[in-house]
Design a protein around this ligand. Sequence first.
Ligand code: TXA
Ligand code: MG
Length: 364
Amino acid sequence: METEIIRIKKDKGEGLSPEDLKNIEHAGEIIKKGGLVAFPTETVYGLGGNALEPESSKKIYAAKGRPSDNPLIVHICDFKDVYEIARDVPEEAVKLAEVFWPGPLTMILKKKEIVPNETTGGLDTVAIRFPSDIVARELIRASGGFVAAPSANISGRPSPTEVKYVIEDMSGRIGAIIDGGEGEIGIESTIVDLTVNPPVVLRPGFITNEMIGSVLGEGIETDRAIIDADSGLKPKAPGMKYRHYAPKGELVIVEGKDEEVLSRINELLKEDRASGFKTGVICCDENSDRYDADAIKLSGKKGDTKEAAHRLYSILRSFDDENVEKIYSEGFDREGFGAAIMNRLLKAAGHKIINLNQVERGRK
Ligand code: TXA
Ligand code: MG
């Protein structure tokens, strides 16, 4: 299959030109006819198909190589469309939508008949997201209002934050790719389950538990299975159980006091280099010249979680491009948005982490 590349001409901050709108209209026709289109969102690129057509959802699973028990998020472009696909919509959903939609928050609600089981992986709930990216919104409108879209990567790879990665993974597999520049946030939306009381976060993201809690007036917890990988619990978002985002090389996170992390990583790098491995490091800008590794990738200024999230997936992919075999990452503070970064980084590392603080405490 030949994949059309559609380039958005206008800087998104300035709105869309008539030509852009015409091109998006054309992409919407592809989805209406049962085809697939990859498109930008404020988080990561999505791989869109008609959410109300079982055949379209099947095509999405096939294009990604994704297990079909892993449900898709239905993207909408108007809040009232929630009532078309969800039943028993709780007051909490309305409150959260007022504050965070359009934006990087996905809500799990009870589904209506109209949403096929193929889209929800057989669940009787549906994940709904109203993205803020204007290209995404126009495409959803042009596609009929309900676009099922997982991240536009081959299953298991990091979600694509730049169009070049979408082209790498999806060329020849889908009808079109819309190039709308880089996703601002860089990691996937927060998922909150509103079918339980109190609501639970199933995937951390830019909208933090504190932000959700302050709107709902109650403390919000994250699914235990996500926080504690050794708990043996099954994550409530089926996708969170899969190995994900992992670079081909071995990634280990080192956490602790700054200077101790630096010296431990340098020790490990020395051993790996002596064994002939190509080495890499993920560190903050301030430490850029303090590691002795073949590839050094900067996550931004220390403590700048927004920048770190924005860069994370392209950093992970770049290690593959450069055939790096042993990778070490400095840990990130788990407060606020940092929780989402550490969640993705831990998955990428297969939960391999050296916590120097714990080692310290253990010794005492
Ligand atoms: O930011 C995002 O959410 C991006 C962009 C494209 O919108 N999409 C995205 O989709 O990350 P995907 O398919 O890569 O991740 C969807 C996650 C999976 O972990 C899936 O298991 C979970 O959402 N999910 C979907 N429907 C669910 C449901 N009904 N109940 C529980 N989890 C669900
Ligand atoms: Mg994904």
